[in-house]
Design a binder for this molecule. Sequence first.
Ligand code: IPM
Ligand code: MG
Length: 371
Amino acid sequence: MANELKIAVLPGDGIGREITPQAVAVLEALGEMTHHAFEFNHGIVGGDAIDQFGVPLPEETLRIAIEADAVLLGAVGGPKWEGLDYAIRPERALLGLREKLGLFANLRPATLYPMMTDASTLKREVIEGIDLMVVRELTGGIYFGKPRGIEKFGNEERGINTLVYTTSEIERIARVAFDVARKREKKLTSIDKANVLEATELWRRVVTRVHADYPDVALSHMYVDNCAMQLIRNPKQFDVIVTTNMFGDILSDAAAMLTGSIGMLPSASLGAQASKNREGCLKGMYEPIHGSAPDIAGQDKANPLATILSAGMMLKYSFGLEKEAQLIEQAVFSVLEAGYRTPDISGKGTKTIGTIEMGERVVAQLKQHSS
Ligand code: IPM
Ligand code: MG
């Protein structure tokens, strides 16, 4: 592989600016230890970009993201920009990047670290040992469907969004999910609302058809409302979940809380294998699944682990550096095992530390593991 790996760093808003530098520090330390050269290019995105340039995703930022081998993103949004038109809200930057980079497959793993069992609001016996992966469709569905908008309707107004999926959009995400399941427990649950929504009736049909190519994977279907319930009642029944953009948004937040805190969950957004933009690299965007948390921003309270673990996913999925990705996971594991926690995951008998110290401790562990 070419030894200079280009990473676009887009911290965004709120706690995004605090957690992203910690993940960069972890990558830098790892780069030094393993002699992989990472080149970081910073871009301005979200509310920060609106304030400076009047748009959430400036051309320059998009160019940095397009030219990079992988993108590390913090979080976007905040109350300051909530009143703006949808077309120029901070969230548009995220959606724009996903769309422009063709990142249609979003992987959101929910794994419970054993020492975190008490951080969850659910009972130990319900969550012990959970390890599931939500595969969320990311560039289609109601998030992107047209027509959309708010329009005059007689003497009132009408808000419109459109849930639409084509066969090929469903087929490609289904294949990603079956491939992921194949490398895990070979159990895939497809989530839809086929009893009410035609677009997801097609979803169910196409996923069933694709299954013919994956006879070694067990496929089942579940309605989204039932899935929401089952995630709380008996999450251990799930291995891989594949679902639409909006259902995936909702269910992945629920799945995250099984693991104790939404501050722990990383994600990878990937495009087609064909989008490999250089030998051995698969373009992807990596970000925590949580938001910009304006209520705790700037206070050194945010949990950087989801972003650090996202950097780990980047090494694995974009650069094929599995061993290095494992080093990051092990370092996180060790820090948690030693009892260090940011406030969101602190509990009895743990030591509460801030964002910066958490990052520093992961870096220290990393260096220790490798020496
Ligand atoms: C997520 C977020 C985004 C989404 C928002 C910020 C646009 O909630 O990545 O889950 O809805 O996709
Ligand atoms: Mg979400």
